[in-house]
Design a protein around this ligand. Structure first.
Ligand SMILES: Nc1ncnc2c1ncn2[C@@H]1O[C@H](COP(=O)(O)OP(=O)(O)OP(=O)(O)O)[C@@H](O)[C@H]1O
Ligand SMILES: [Mg+2]
Length: 327
């Protein structure tokens, strides 16, 4: 498909740790299409952040081994690119925002100077007056009230939600094609979370940008995603356009995540949690990684299930699907 902006295929990432090799990504495949919001969802430790960082070329060089596999931006292979080549892509064509906006902000400099600096890095030819007006435009675009006043402030003078808006303004100042947002609202209160996610979606729509939104919250995915990719133990185990996925879940793990949603349990008593925990990625995993926790497990699950496609773009890997494919 020609509208695929980011294509990750069978990507492996291994960390060398004192405990031995941690196989964090064990063959991740994922697509981000033009102008779509893709939610990458899964429990803690499933490899969501490692996937986002791999794409940005931000994995620690001393301990991470990336590959085999492939990561393409349009037709361009990113895997194996030099750090200097990645520097021209990172921020400019693919930008990232993090859970903690303070990471993106320098505590000792005024907001306006920092946003201006970000603009100058990517557009060095812009004149100072043009940069100044762009700063205000960007602060305005993230719905900060009174951009001129905010520009004069230091990060500590802003609330967490306002700091995250500034971080988004900085990430978008280079007009990237792709934005990776790694749990951008987990540090914020619930009302602010909704405001920031609404803002991200409206910016994504108005700019025709592609967003990879990393979250562990199925409720967020259900509300905001155009496409959903579910990760488990270093693999994407099910992915589909959101409407298709919520109409027809195939993978028991996805079903279990949905059952743990507050709306799914309304009036049904206790929160349904998934028994057990994810496997230790430092140990070899063979077959389906979810098998030890799955209520449908059989001896077949000792073999890695093949990837199956149910409908356009709806793929999953499971021997015992629970949706249409089971009938
Ligand atoms: N720098 C590192 N060194 C060693 N292991 C790492 C490193 N970074 C991540 N890992 C391991 O890789 C696996 C995936 O981690 P990752 O941070 O991607 O999980 P996640 O899905 O983002 O979880 P969370 O929801 O908690 O943020 C985990 O087992 C983690 O311990
Ligand atoms: Mg993470």
């Amino acid at each position: 498909m020609s509208d695929v902006v980011v294509a990750i295929e069978d990507l492996h990432v291994t960390f060398s740790t004192p405990r031995g090799e941690v196989r964090a990504l064990r063959g991740v495949s994922l697509e981000v299409r033009a102008g779509r919001m893709v939610c990458l969802i899964g429990e803690s430790g499933s490899g969501k952040s490692v996937t986002g960082r791999a794409l940005m070329g931000l994995l620690p060089a001393h301990s991470a081994r990336i590959g085999p596999g492939s990561m393409r931006l349009h037709q361009e292979e990113l895997l194996g690119k030099s750090e200097s080549a990645m520097r021209s892509i990172r921020g400019r064509r693919i930008a990232m925002i993090f859970q903690d906006p303070s990471r993106a902000l320098n505590p000792t400099r005024r907001i306006g100077d920092q946003v201006g600096e970000a603009i100058k890095i990517h557009f060095p030819e812009r004149r100072p007056s043009a940069v100044r007006s762009k700063v205000l435009e960007h602060l305005d675009s993230v719905k900060l009230p009174d951009a001129a006043r905010v520009a004069k402030k230091y990060p500590h003078e802003l609330s967490g939600g306002m700091r995250q808006r500034v971080a988004i303004a900085m990430a978008l100042s280079a007009e990237p094609e792709v934005l990776v947002a790694d749990e951008p609202t987990t540090a914020l209160d619930v009302t602010t979370q909704v405001q920031i996610l609404d803002l991200l979606r409206s910016l994504q729509r108005s700019r025709g940008m592609s967003v990879l939104l990393i979250t562990h919250d199925m409720g967020v995915a259900a509300h905001y995603a155009d496409d959903v990719a579910v990760m488990y133990a270093g693999r994407v185990v099910e992915r589909a356009p959101a409407a298709e996925l919520f109409a027809d879940v195939e993978m028991p793990y996805t079903q279990a995540l949905l059952e743990s949603l507050p709306s799914a349990r309304a009036g049904r008593g206790a929160l349904q949690t998934i028994p057990g925990g994810p496997p230790d990625l430092a140990l070899g995993i063979s077959g389906c990684a979810f098998a030890p926790r799955c209520r449908f497990v059989t001896s077949q699950c000792k073999q890695q299930p093949a990837t199956r496609e149910v409908a356009g773009g709806h793929v999953f890997e499971c021997w015992h699907p629970v949706g249409k494919e089971s009938r």
